[in-house]
Design a protein. Sequence first.
Length: 413
Amino acid sequence: MTTPQSVVIVGAGQAGGWAAKTLRAEGFAGRITLVGDEPHPPHERPPLSKAVLAGASEPAVCDLFKAETLAELALDCIPAERATAIDRAARVVLTDRGRRLAYDRLVIATGSRVRRLAVPGADLPGVRYLRTIADALALRERLGAGARLLVVGGGWIGLEAAATARKRGATVTVLEAADRLCARAVPAEVSAFLARLHASHGVAIRLGAKLERFEPAAGGALQAVLADGTRIAADTVLVGVGIVPNVELAREAGLEVANGIVVDDQGRTSDPDVFAAGDVTDLPAARLGRRVRLESWQNAQDQAIVAAKAALGGDARYDPLPWFWSDQYDANIQMLGMPERWPAGIARGDPAGTSFSLFYLRGDRGPDGAAAIEAVVSINAPRELRAARRLIEQGRPVIPQALADPQTSLQKL
Ligand SMILES: Cc1cc2nc3c(=O)[nH]c(=O)nc-3n(C[C@H](O)[C@H](O)[C@H](O)COP(=O)(O)OP(=O)(O)OC[C@H]3O[C@@H](n4cnc5c(N)ncnc54)[C@H](O)[C@@H]3O)c2cc1C
């Protein structure tokens, strides 16, 4: 592999920013061009549904780098400009302002966009989404005391926004089509915890809700109409029904795309000079025994670091132990691992209470019932999750009774 002279990174979100930083950390002194279609420096998103939406922080809290650090990285940053095509034969990225960005290596970090609702009335001005800084600032304007917020989708974004809106004094209703909250991501006990948490803060939760349409109401408000005829009045609707990876640029350039841009464990695409990282990738996770697409802060950072090293010819490999967290009111929820299904968990602490962990063991058990931990979910128990991380990384078999017994120190296991 020849040493590159110039690297182009498309997408100035978290993965793009980390790729740029890693290139410099690895000693790359050539040209790094970071082109992103948002008007901001490289940034991350978790505060957008938390401190920024709450009004406790301004969007600068999302910046990945302080101004001095960004200057030291000596990037050619091109904000508010969209990459429109990749000419792989000529090794050039084309942009919507007519620029031609030549590369020896390309990193695609185009992330994902919100999935839009397709019901009648979904284009009314009160129907909002939350992905970008602009989205968060516009939504927060609408969430003052007494505002009526209707959240469509009881997943992470919807629930975090619901918690933040309650803090701002809005009344909140959450509609979820499934029979429990966050059903795709967490076991039933955690869904039940989330339902209790939100109910205790005055959020009305409707499970199994089938949204049919929105109708305009007086003063810019709207009414959501459910399949059973129920009508819910709201000033603002926040839709949080998932995301779609931004794969079009890669697909049109002829790169392999499946559930995202297909990459290997170094972030390399089907073109050896083109890498990809973050929400947009379909990646092999040996530890999980399958390919996955991860929509998380941890993945955006860690995969981008490996991809940038590989772009310079390094041999780092990426085998994620997926980690995800969410903050809602005073509750901290953390998950490690990503089972395809949730078998019966081993509870440490009371799952009907406010602080507990659930452990999920692998199928192959020793004679004493000991098995390696596959995943853990901790509610307000970050130390237990940290200890479990070490046990998972070491693949150490543990006896279920020891995990369940709060008197047994996980650190000592
Ligand atoms: C409100 C919110 C809260 C979140 N909270 C958490 C949390 O608590 N915990 C957690 O683990 N994860 C959280 N996440 C998820 C996490 O932020 C994402 O997984 C992460 O941002 C993915 O990073 P990325 O760089 O892959 O994509 P992005 O951050 O989406 O960055 C991609 C960038 O590329 C740009 N782009 C796309 N196409 C082009 C193009 N053709 N030309 C130029 N630029 C382009 C996009 O506009 C964007 O700026 C949250 C996400 C959101 C939206």
